[in-house]
Design a protein around this ligand. Structure first.
Ligand SMILES: [Zn+2]
Length: 123
């Protein structure tokens, strides 16, 4: 129920003038979303190149997940599923980063093993 801002009486929801005092009733503020001009949506980054590079250089299974996610970005975007495309874009980036971390840790562990073996064999 709305109230008149002039006299404070209850007024019908759809009334544009107060039946009591005749004051004009302010239209409810339209939600902010409607005031924002609809930007043309741009396809989210696929991170496909990043996924391919990590697959080649680092960790094949994890990088492959990134490639699959990356390839879904443009597919979903073209199907009009902007939210899904955004999600796959974030996923592709996430999996590529995981692949890089796993790859780097793996390489470091590998070198640590070689160095460790070399040190032990010197003893
Ligand atoms: Zn009134």
């Amino acid at each position: 129920m709305k109230y008149c801002q002039n006299c404070g009486k209850e007024i019908p929801e759809n009334a544009s003038f107060c039946p009591e005092c005749g004051a004009a009733v302010k239209a409810p503020a339209s939600p902010e979303v409607n005031n924002v001009p609809q930007n043309r949506k741009v396809c989210p980054e696929t991170h496909l190149a990043l996924a391919i590079i990590t697959t080649i250089l680092c960790c094949l299974p994890l990088g492959a997940v990134g490639i699959i996610k990356a390839s879904r970005v443009s597919t979903e975007f073209q199907a009009g599923n902007y939210e899904a495309a955004l999600k796959y874009s974030a996923d592709a980036k996430k999996w590529s980063i995981i692949a890089i971390i796993v790859g780097v840790v793996g390489i470091l562990a590998y070198f640590a093993l070689i160095v460790g073996a070399a040190i032990i064999s010197e003893l």
